[in-house]
Write a protein that binds this ligand. Structure first.
Ligand SMILES: [Zn+2]
Length: 202
């Protein structure tokens, strides 16, 4: 690696780019029906504290468009997307890292950070059009084998549910992470800056 590349990489590691959440859009402003269960706006999460002041799903406009199209795809199959998390400020990522400093499950905020910090990743599941629960094999943010997408030790129904979710998201430009069935990163996320503004709650 050339010297200037090392300097730039080191700079970005210690001083992530800070843009503004004004670049992000609220998915609720678009005519598509998502279900909401934003866990970090409640104490029902692995930190055990309310991390967000409101339930809002902010995303980069390009990512929001892809997610809207994905939701339409799922609607035609009899499902809707339930949102668990979207944009996440870098400071919240730091609190998560303090609690679980394991890169298998929590992206290191002092390294590249999480794609959530760019407003380009979503944590989701599927529900039926009526809002009924779909079994995926573990709860959201369960950090263990049951959450891994390469764990096939489940009923045919659960494996089929995960497959529907995965195929729909991959068709719309999202990629998986091996250890979390609920996490989808928009693949073309490299041009988006890491953000640390709090959620714009009234
Ligand atoms: Zn995630």
């Amino acid at each position: 690696m050339k010297t200037f590349q090392i300097i730039i990489t080191a700079f970005l590691m210690y001083f992530p780019l800070h843009g503004t959440t004004q670049e992000l859009v609220d998915i609720a402003d678009f005519p598509s029906q998502f279900e909401y269960e934003m866990r970090y706006a409640t104490p029902d999460n692995f930190i055990g504290e309310v991390m967000y002041d409101c339930s809002v799903c902010l995303l980069q406009p390009e990512v929001a468009k892809a997610l809207l199209e994905a939701n339409q795809y799922f609607c035609e199959k009899g499902y809707r997307i339930k949102l668990y998390d979207c944009y996440r400020p870098l400071d919240v990522q730091k609190k998560m890292w303090d609690k679980v400093p394991r890169p298998t499950y929590v992206a290191n905020p002092y390294g590249k950070g999480s794609i959530h910090n760019k407003g380009a990743a979503v944590d989701i599941t599927l529900v039926t059009l009526e809002g009924c629960y779909i079994e995926m094999g573990s709860d959201y943010d369960h950090f263990g084998r049951e959450s891994h997408i390469d764990n096939y030790n489940f009923s045919a129904e659960i494996l089929a549910n995960r497959k529907i979710l995965r195929e729909g998201m991959q068709k719309h430009g999202f990629g998986t992470v091996r250890t979390e069935w609920w996490h989808y990163s928009y693949r073309k996320n490299w041009s988006f800056p890491t953000l640390n503004e709090p959620l714009p709650c009234q």
